[in-house]
Design a protein around this ligand. Structure first.
Ligand code: CP3
Length: 365
């Protein structure tokens, strides 16, 4: 623990804590990934994606790759949200070109009743080891973000057995057997709490909950089957840790994709920031959320397929929409969802420099 140092660039943490910053900090969801040739090379070396995730040295290498190219304001642990169900015994695998799949999805009542909170030290040690390795390698360059899926989003994969376009199985269970659904969400919430706190203990300086499929729920169902569990998690997260010589406060981000209708609800989880996708108007979001928490987002990832001048225009529009953060407000620039694997890395450079330069200029005028 004593090997850890405080971040030299703390712009990201300051924005999450709604303190004044010289410019708007930026990072990208999936910033380490297939759009980078160096990522594809390391992944080929590891054999496959899970080979990368389970090897702390290689996970560290790919986490740092985008930071060597771009002046990003945060690093995010290289891993996946589906490590938790894998640790619960569902047997995660990635079929080439088909996305994630489970060998043993939750089908029967007995499957659900057997579900247990995994012991993190035994099953997910490769993740906490990666966190410590990355934190040490960063050596204070920028803060490190840890993450987890939301219980509802994890349940979608656990019941569907993989990605789904209609969520038929998981919603059938939710409507027919809400008791079973709540049992899955209860066990998974406890797992997420233990997992995120273990990442914090291992060195994570902020944590994010990816509720990628919360937006697939009906109003009413969202509050019961996703929001309530995220609220429970946020309340159970360590707020502050002792790093041996200095203390760190740990901000949290809740990102519900498609959650624009429920911003006030999401702000009420007690998280430090609400992540928003590109359907949200930042000025309106800021008014609705007020000074309850910061906002992270929200450029359409597909804007990166436009020409450089157009990307700069879209970045300026988003920054102007939020406005210069006044005391009690905070904005972290990000995409509205993960970056596409087909993105030209040079366009990412254009976007990041535009965020830094334009947001500095706004503060000076
Ligand atoms: O943001 C980062 O750079 C950190 C790493 C990260 C990954 N997955 C790496 C990854 C994070 C934060 C995730 C989260 C994740 N994983 C989510 C939530 C965010 C979201 O996108 O909504 C979800 C739903 C998953 C599940 C998952 N993992 C899917 C659906 C896929 C297939 C995606 C695809 O485009 O094929 C993955 C695999 C995955 N996770 C990749 C990466 C870089 C691609 C793996 C590869 O190299 O082939």
């Amino acid at each position: 623990m004593s090997a850890f140092v405080p971040p030299r660039n703390d712009t990201f943490l300051k924005a999450l804590n709604r303190q004044q910053t010289d410019y708007t900090p930026v990072w990208l969801m999936r910033q380490a990934g297939r759009y980078l040739p160096e990522y594809r090379a390391t992944r080929a070396l590891a054999g496959n994606f899970m080979g990368l995730c389970t090897n702390p040295e290689l996970a560290c290498e790919v986490t740092l790759q985008p930071l060597e190219r771009y002046p990003l304001d945060a690093a995010i642990l290289f891993s996946d949200i589906l490590t938790i169900p894998d640790a619960m015994g569902l047997g995660l695998y990635f079929a080439e070109g088909e996305g994630p799949k489970f060998e043993r999805p939750l089908v029967t009542e007995a499957d659900v009743m057997r579900l247990e909170v995994p012991v993190i030290e035994n099953t997910l040690r490769y993740v906490t080891d990666a966190v410590s390795t990355i934190r040490t390698a960063l050596n204070g360059k920028v803060p490190l973000i840890g993450f987890s899926g939301s219980p509802w989003t994890l349940a979608c994969y656990m019941v569907e057995g993989g990605s789904s376009s209609d969520f038929r199985k998981v919603k059938t269970m939710m409507y027919q057997r809400p008791d079973l659904m709540h049992r899955i969400l209860d066990v998974t919430s406890d797992a997420v709490i233990a997992y995120l706190n273990a990442q914090i203990d291992a060195g994570a300086q902020a944590v994010m909950i990816f509720d990628s499929w919360g937006g697939a729920l009906a109003d009413g169902a969202f509050q019961k089957f996703s929001l309530a569990y995220m609220k429970k998690i946020v309340k159970a997260l360590r707020l502050e840790v002792d790093r041996g010589g200095f203390r760190e406060r740990i901000p949290s981000i809740v990102f519900t994709k498609g959650g624009g209708l429920w911003l006030e609800d999401i702000a009420s989880t007690g998280a430090s920031a609400v992540g928003v996708d590109w359907t949200v108007n930042l000025a309106q979001a800021r008014t609705r959320i007020g000074d309850r928490c910061a906002i992270q987002g929200n450029l359409d990832p597909n804007a990166l397929f436009a020409e450089p001048a157009q990307i700069e225009g879209e970045v300026a529009k988003a920054l102007e929409s939020f406005g210069v953060p006044q005391p009690g407000f905070g904005h972290v620039f990000n995409l509205g969802h993960g970056i596409s694997q087909f993105t030209n890395p040079e366009k990412v450079n254009v976007m990041i420099h535009a965020v830094h330069n334009y947001s500095r200029k706004m503060r000076q005028s």
